[in-house]
Design a protein around this ligand. Structure first.
Ligand code: BMA
Length: 310
């Protein structure tokens, strides 16, 4: 049993070994590592990591672990921005923020392709986690934070994403018959004036199916006189129509407080890209801290469902 949340503290507990992966753990020259997405395999947990090279643009590397906590990073990156193929123009400034979803027994990675005209959502798939096959660019620029639902909804694939509209980033939903052509877009949640998420929000963790609805662990940004603060919160979406929000956390479940979340390339950032729920309900949420390391937050699914919407 996890202890109940003491008043005024975060619902999620930081793993005592945080940061789980730091720049010093990357076996090749890099500027920083952050925003990793977990992939559960028979052998343990893999983390597909966003690593920023010294030239300033990002690529993906792979870390391996038996317990989901202690990782070893592979010698070489596993996915580089496309240099000469059809994606090259749109990945000139790197590939960012991977989010893995198992869908119909295939591991899909939704990521942000950054080109001259800004960020677009792209989808790739992998069989062995070392080779990645690009499927398509599935949004125009000005969109990021794409996550796939792990099953079809009313016979169509579904995704959440975050287009910028009216100068604000909100979470939208779109549907597809084939993962390539997307439409029927609708708004799901907007930033809330006067809350911790009043400037910008985006999907973070691919939706987790529960008996109460789709649990979406998302990020919210608040602007202060010293810059942005990225925090983690939760929402519950209707199982049959995920454009309907059933509940939304009025307070964050994790806020930057520790020095590794406060100080780094981008200060005051907790930014999740995935979570693992064990069969017994224990949950690990993987988040980038200050765009400078990867950390793990612990909780149970039960706790998140019962306490984050208090
Ligand atoms: C977001 C994304 C994340 C990053 C965060 C904080 O817009 O670009 O990759 O962690 O900003 O800098």
């Amino acid at each position: 049993m996890m202890p109940r949340r003491p008043m005024g503290r975060d619902l999620l507990h930081r793993w005592e070994g945080n940061p789980a992966i730091r720049m010093e753990d990357i076996p090749f020259r890099a500027n920083t590592v952050f925003n990793g997405t977990p992939i559960v395999t028979k052998e343990g947990v893999l983390l597909l990591l966003r690593v920023e090279g010294q030239q300033g643009y990002s690529m993906f590397a792979l870390a391996r672990s038996r317990d989901g906590l202690r990782f070893k990073v592979d010698e070489r990156p596993v996915m580089m921005p496309d240099k000469s193929g059809p994606f090259a123009e749109y990945e000139l400034r790197g590939i960012e923020d991977p989010r893995a979803t198992f869908l119909e027994n295939t591991c899909y990675i939704v990521y942000t392709a950054v080109g001259k005209c800004g960020p677009r959502i792209a989808i790739a798939k992998t069989r062995n986690y070392v080779n990645y096959e690009r499927i398509g660019l599935v949004s125009e620029p000005g969109n990021k934070d794409g996550v796939l639902f792990p099953r079809k909804i009313k016979s169509r694939y579904a995704r959440l994403d975050r287009p910028i509209g009216g100068g604000r980033g909100s979470i939208w939903i779109s549907y597809s018959p084939d993962l390539l052509n997307w439409g029927d877009s609708e708004i799901v949640m907007t930033p809330r004036t006067g809350y911790w998420d009043d400037f910008r929000i985006g999907a973070s963790v691919p939706p987790i199916e529960t008996s109460q609805g789709w649990l979406e662990v998302y990020h919210g940004v608040k602007l202060t006189s010293a810059g942005a603060i990225y925090r983690i919160g939760t929402a519950l979406l209707d199982l049959d129509d995920p454009s309907k929000v059933i509940k939304r956390s009025s307070t964050p479940v994790l806020s930057p407080r520790e020095h590794y979340e406060r100080i780094g390339d981008v200060p005051n950032v907790c930014f999740a890209c995935g979570a693992v729920v064990d069969p017994d309900g224990r949950m690990k949420i993987y988040y980038g801290a200050a765009d400078t390391s990867i950390c793990v937050a612990l909780c149970t699914l039960e706790q998140v469902l019962t306490e984050s919407f208090d």
